[in-house]
Write a new protein. Sequence first.
Length: 698
Amino acid sequence: MKTPASPRVLLATLLVAAPVAGPLAAQHATRPFPLARTDGALPGLDLAAAPAAELLALRAFDSLTLSAAPLDERGALGTLELERVPLVTPDAELWVDGALVAKGDGALDGAISVWKGRIAGASDSDVLLAFSPHGTRGWIAHGGRLLHLIAEPGVDGTWAEPRHALVDEASLIALGMSNTFKCAVDELPRQPTPAPVHGKPAPLVSGADATTAKLECRIAFETDYQYYQIFNDLPAAQAYVLALTGAISARYVEQINTVLALPYLGFYTANNDPWTSQDAGGSSIDVLYEVQAKWSTQGLPVDADLGHLISGAGLGGGVAWLDVLCVGDYCYGVTGNINGGVTFPITVNPMNWDFMATAHEIGHNFNALHTHDYCPPADECAPSGYFGQCQTQENCITNGTVMSYCHLCPGGTSNVTTYFHPFSVADMRARAENSCLLPFESMASTNLGYSKSGSAGTPSYAVAYDELSNGLTSSFASIAAPTTGFLIVGATNPQIPLFGGTLVPSLDIVLPFPVASSSPQVGPATINGGFTSGLSLYAQGWFVDPGASELVSASNGLRIDLVLPDPPPALVWKKHPSNGKEYAVSASSGYWGFGEGLARQYGGHLAKIDSAALQTWLSANLGAPLTSQDVWIGFHDQFTEGTFKWTAGGAVTFTNWKSGQPNDFNGQDVVIWEASGQWIDNDGWELHPGLLERPATP
């Protein structure tokens, strides 16, 4: 019989002797395509999904080679080369029927992995696939053809065993299905005043070569009861939104160098949602105004840069305000017609259609015009009645882009790539760079399973990350205490059988720690250095447990993905003698939103001036950078006209308005401190440095 000391000695010897790894390696796997051909009643090529455990296991990898993948409705096979699309949800909140049901990393797990890539040997192909036990979907485009991988409820009407098919766009058109999406942005007034619209912007390069760091746009996604009715299943409804938003974020990262993060996702499983316009037959504009009225007065449900409603109702299409990043009373959009009004044989739109519609509307928020609205037009696919200001004819093409109307031409969505036109890219990236969007910083974890039960239950493991301190904390639960634990961190996940369990990480970093309670924590460990391209690692906790089989227990394994931006440039800060804050004038100029975003990078806000004494002190101590030029301060009335607030919060106890100010000329909602020391309101589109404040450092 083993003694309690044996596993302690064996485990400690095995772990402490482990070498320290070099650079962390990406995890690649080669697998057969996880959906096999079968017989069924759906149009196209019917497919049966792999078991749930096999689909979930894909989440452990960074890249995949999938062999024997179907490439057309007749079952022709090929190989797919895919890379994983991260879903950015570290501080997400999941709300159901108006109540918070989950929060933090893992709240929007969705049992899903999203992948993008190409057909091997076909450089012009485009593949996006989202694998989930609640329905696998996506698209394969190549050779001028667009194939949709669709998911439908099983024969019992539930999503427990969904059915799948690979269907050509041409087959859908033959069945009477077509993507008739139309955008109503031209029917909206142009408020607030946008930045000047130019004719032919110079294209920006994409991805890592873009002009500045990768940015993050936080979008609060709301749905309605009509959306839930498409699925009548909460996990399936959640999986679809995560697949959709993951696909959109992948394209924004690739072309705009901006990650779309999901801090909030709301569902309604009963007819009790707060949105009533669609119930009365309202249009997308009606719903947009309702969303705007609620969120611009009450605020978005969480800290977010944009708010977007995905509706299952027939709204005629979608709509969004143009050029509204960081404009609090207009930063909204709506996408409707998610189910397309179809009941047989397909009840859920091909995801490609909803991708196009939602990415299009968010593009408007980023200041992307319709491609037929440029002078001269980028394309002329728009039909009569939708002509751009310089368009004189309808001229269909087969390589339209996300902001085009080429899906309305014969051939449908097969005429449209899933990319933005270079004109759109230039406008969107320029707007993002001159906004309050922050450099992307994120921690995401994926539960890989493989826990081993102990005498106090099954140990669990979760991680939390603090962006201000760059601290990573590991938290365990259901541990038999007191004992000794070992936190194991590795570059790979070989999944080695060990003591009746599975060691998930490779043995690269080993940290023994005392366990005094059933819920121990390790850390925070400070992650130093800028990992702008990302850092991926695997971790697991192992514990000596005399009451467990093999005398040890183990937590679930985690894949942890970290992205840390480079710090902003150093500024000269002046510490106030009594209010606990320090102040500086930014070295760069931008729009008002850019100034607020820059202040947040330093851990603060655009400055709050709450007394004449503070204004005098700032002028005297900051000198020429403040007194020789106009600067942004954190005063605004973006939410309610005439009711000014500080971005830093707190009561308004002092103002220093210039005579005749504020006058709200042309919708001016933000404030400039002029070189004279007096304040004026402004539309926020001029280029000025910001007066920044933050808590004083010790």
